[in-house]
Design a protein around this ligand. Sequence first.
Ligand SMILES: [Zn+2]
Length: 91
Amino acid sequence: MAEPAESYKGMFVFRAEGSIEFQLGGFIIGPQKGMPHEYGHRQQEILLGPYYLLLIGTTSAFGQIFLREHREAYYAMWSERWADELGGMRR
Ligand SMILES: [Zn+2]
């Protein structure tokens, strides 16, 4: 179960075990492996508003389902590369 941990650039961070990490409404939930990346997703959410879930959320969900065993391919998707770029995440 997730428990409150800390903040990252004004976002609330909840540590949760597992391989999935996501950002929604300024909250990061996950194993805290890619905070700059999730910060990039927050910037996307601010830019896209309600389209964040529609565009980024569905693309991510698609990737989680079909590219689960292919991390490089997952992070090469446009939505993920863009989050890396916005958040300053280096891979
Ligand atoms: Zn992502």
